[in-house]
Write a protein that binds this ligand. Sequence first.
Ligand SMILES: *[C@@H]1O[C@H](CO)[C@@H](O)[C@H](O)[C@H]1NC(C)=O
Length: 450
Amino acid sequence: MRFWSPTSAVALLGTLSSLFRGVDADLKGVFAHYLVGSMGGSDEAVKDVQDAKKMSIDAFALNVQDVSSSWATNAIQLLFDAAAANDFKLFFSFDMSVLDQPSTFLPLFKQYQGNSAYYRHEGRPFLSTFDGGSKSFGASSPNAGWQSQLKDALAADGINPFFVPDFDDYGGATYDANFFNNYPVVDGVMSWESAWPEVSEGLVNVSSAKDQTALVNAHAAGKVYMMPLSSVQFKHIDPGQNWYRRGELNLPLRIGQVLALQPDFVEIITWNDAGESHYIGNCWPEAIAGAPAIQAYSNGYDHMHWQDVLAPFIVAYKNGATSLAQVTPFGAFAGAFWYRPLLKSASCSGDGLGKPSGWENAEDLINIAMLLPATSSGVTLRVYSGGSVVATLPTNPGLNMATVPIKTGPQRVELVAADGTIMGAGSSTQDVVADTSGVCNFNYQVVHIA
Ligand SMILES: *[C@@H]1O[C@H](CO)[C@@H](O)[C@H](O)[C@H]1NC(C)=O
């Protein structure tokens, strides 16, 4: 089934099977990791679901760290109600860096796995995790622990989850053949860490080598691979959580890697994780009300316009695109630019946490992603930094990515047609500064080019 190409027969089967509850979802599902947090009301859940559906995301992977507090169970119920009302799907990604063992989350999983809004694959409820690959729960091995506490326990109730955990923490460098020999309990794997370069790798672009190893070995074992796609990871909470993982062009570079590798599933990291700065949706105030450190570097740093870059990619990926040239906008163009409003050389003398580890790996750049139709020709990007034109860049049809060194002051990018007409533009609302007495903020401002 996995290797079939879309044909009218498959489309017909899809139509027929959708007549039944628990329809099989196709491969090439695209999900967004969603941190379940305190919610102000159903309007927030509905907005998130509708925004995600509009950009062709299939489901939220609900990161659950608390299975019983009312703020968590209320939010989960609001999200399932919103998903059911909007023909959207959800599945759980239980956070095993916080939860002690599968038996803790089984009641919650059993409660929702049969919900009409629960995401299914091959008729089975999809289930993921963050971590948990090195925990045995008192059994002889992690595999034995997961087998008995998850799969065997659920089999007793006639439930057979399609289990695609993030087991990055299992102890090996990559998901190699050995991993799949030792973990027959999984139906596939997700990576989290391969979404960005490690701090220790230095000033390098993200690599897809680990994803490729995982994909090849997963398929050899008859399993699936879920590839992570993310923009940046900046965390600035306390001395133990203060780092910067690139960043810069990571998002379009990963899009190109996904298209080249063709994984079975893609998980966008994340929809709403303000603490790690890689959100692409709203970060509702109730969820971070108790976290002033996070508010200080995410409030006023809107990332919604990364959605304009991602939505055409998702459609292209599902339609079989294998290269950036095939990622074209829905209209005449679509794009955004993003930048850090603080130069990396900043002393950050007024911030008790100081600079994040990995700050040396940052680059002071205007980062641009611009999508143009297949017929586009002669279009240029005119880039202003610090108030004057610093670059005029050629473009090609498809998804263009470009960087220009940034200067302090305001930033602006114009899209200029061959005849000199300005087709669209975006201007910064926050100037770049060389230093600050406030928060040492390496988060991005994302500016729509419209
Ligand atoms: C990262 O990739 C971009 C786009 O190909 C390229 O311009 C840039 O030089 C690369 N940066 C590094 C550090 O390799």
